[in-house]
Design a protein around this ligand. Structure first.
Ligand SMILES: Cc1cc2nc3c(=O)[nH]c(=O)nc-3n(C[C@H](O)[C@H](O)[C@H](O)COP(=O)(O)O)c2cc1C
Length: 454
């Protein structure tokens, strides 16, 4: 097993410090399990009310992360609208599908997350124009700016601009319903997904928001929908409950007319004043992905959005800030905190290879994450591999895995494994193309080796 760095030449102690949120809860350390879409919840074309039920794969997966010593664990994006999905197989919370079964599955999900002390936070999202056309031909958006190109060989439909009334009924009310559901099923909070080009980012970004009413134009107008969601959630779940409301937002977008770092800073200032418990800084959209180094200046410091975080950070006084994207070595994590760019460290792809990476780092037994024999700059392949590893984790419970969180996960630092995966990928590409050609959604992930399902 190869790592980015073998020698621990810096103390990890600072990573074990608690973070205190303004509405009261406290984390056991600075690590955040970033949202990673699972794509293995139910997708039932015959009975849409059964869409988005978490499966055993999800429960088992978080049984592993729930033993990894994270401070906070985010779910993958959980959708608030049953038709505007990021992908078939997303978990969904929606009033039309409410019931005992969904509630008991989400309660179990929260329990699995919290087993070794992590806070459990649901990431709430709405696909908007980034919904695959095979799931919804005419998704909602801020304006009718269609997303060009394809993802998983599937294009995107022409979006329908939401009316002011629909912003309330189709977006705000749905976010509030989902937040209340998360609260009632035992989660510690929600994170609004306003990054990566999904619906809330479609409102904040000038690329996709061409409105001339109170939801378009100035930064304040573009941000309005988010603040209205926040207020509406707090009306039913006040901060005095301790329930967290955070947000994932872009520190920058690189596509034409995208959100600039100055825009992002202005918006973050407002999140601070509004009372958000935390802000997780990220960047990029489907139009211009940014999960790799787009600038040489950040390469040696690992985190993709570090220089943007450094510019934004001074606005945060009571709101906790997390930075996600690119962290691989303990040294870079510690430096980012010591230099004041961030308080918390978000981890995505490294923790699908090693769900207990925070535990190992805090114990001082590793100096970095595993270094896969993959092109780290290729989000396409690293994303597929992460989903595959999550599916492998989901085949067994923690107990069935002999209490080893890494049990049954393929080691992609091994060249031979990568070669076999590339072979399997050829068949998977044919499968995806066939489904897309038949106008059918792609549900699930590339299933590869590992152990048999228990
Ligand atoms: C398989 C996979 C699924 C992802 N799903 C989500 C998601 O549901 N919500 C989200 O905000 N970001 C999602 N991301 C982005 C990650 O949260 C994270 O921001 C990104 O991977 C960069 O962090 P990393 O370099 O540590 O992987 C996903 C990334 C991967 C690889």
């Amino acid at each position: 097993m190869k790592r980015f760095c073998e020698n621990l030449n810096v103390s990890p102690a600072i990573l074990g410090e608690h973070l205190k949120f303004r509405s009261g809860r406290e984390t056991q350390n600075r690590f955040l399990k970033a949202a990673l879409t699972e794509r293995v919840s139910t997708y039932d074309v015959e009975n849409p009310k059964k869409h988005g039920l978490p499966t055993d794969y999800i429960l088992n997966l978080y049984d592993k992360w729930g033993h990894g010593k994270f401070g906070t664990i985010l779910t993958g994006n959980v959708l608030v609208d049953p038709t505007n999905l990021e992908s078939a197989g997303n978990a969904i919370i929606f009033k039309e599908g409410d019931g005992e079964e969904r509630r008991s599955l989400f309660s179990q999900w929260a329990k699995n997350i919290k087993q070794d002390g992590a806070l459990a936070v649901v990431q709430l999202s709405h696909g908007g124009r980034q919904t695959p056309v095979t799931v919804e031909q005419n998704p909602w958006s801020a304006s009718d700016v269609q997303l060009a190109g394809e993802r998983r060989f599937t294009p995107f439909g022409k979006p329908v601009p939401l009316t002011v009334e629909q912003i309330k009924t189709e977006v705000i009310d749905r976010f509030v319903f989902a937040a209340k559901f998360a609260y009632e099923t035992g989660f510690d909070g929600v994170e609004l997904h306003a990054a990566h080009g999904y619906l809330l980012a479609q409102f904040t970004s000038p690329t996709t928001n061409k409105r001339t009413d109170q939801y378009g134009g100035s930064i304040a107008n573009r941000q309005r929908i988010i603040l209205e969601i926040y207020d509406a959630i707090r009306e039913v779940i006040p901060a005095s409950t301790g329930f967290l409301v955070g947000i994932k937002t872009n520190s920058v977008e690189f596509q034409e007319q995208g959100t600039t770092v100055d825009d992002a800073k202005e918006m973050c200032q407002v999140y601070e004043e509004k009372g958000f418990d935390f802000v997780e800084l990220s960047g990029g959209t489907y139009e211009k992905l940014a999960f790799h180094h787009l600038r040489d200046s950040t390469r040696s410091r690992e985190a993709f959005f570090l220089e943007f975080a450094e510019k934004i950070r001074p606005v945060f006084k009571n709101t906790v800030v997390y930075l996600t994207g690119g962290f691989r070595t303990v040294k870079a994590m510690v430096e980012a905190i010591e230099n004041g760019a961030t308080q918390g460290i978000g981890l995505g792809r490294p923790i699908t290879a090693e769900p207990d990476l925070p535990k190992k780092i805090l114990e001082g037994s590793v100096a970095s994450s595993i270094k896969n024999a993959l092109d780290e700059n290729d989000f396409g392949i690293t994303n597929l591999v992460s989903n595959t590893q999550m599916q492998q984790m989901g085949r067994t419970t923690f107990q069935q895995a002999e209490q080893k969180p890494t049990y049954g996960i393929s080691d992609f630092s091994d060249e031979a494994t990568v070669q076999r995966y590339n072979e399997a990928l050829k068949d998977y590409v044919v499968y995806m193309k066939t489904l897309a050609g038949e106008n059918k959604p792609i549900h699930g992930v590339l299933v590869f080796e590992g152990v048999q399902q228990a």
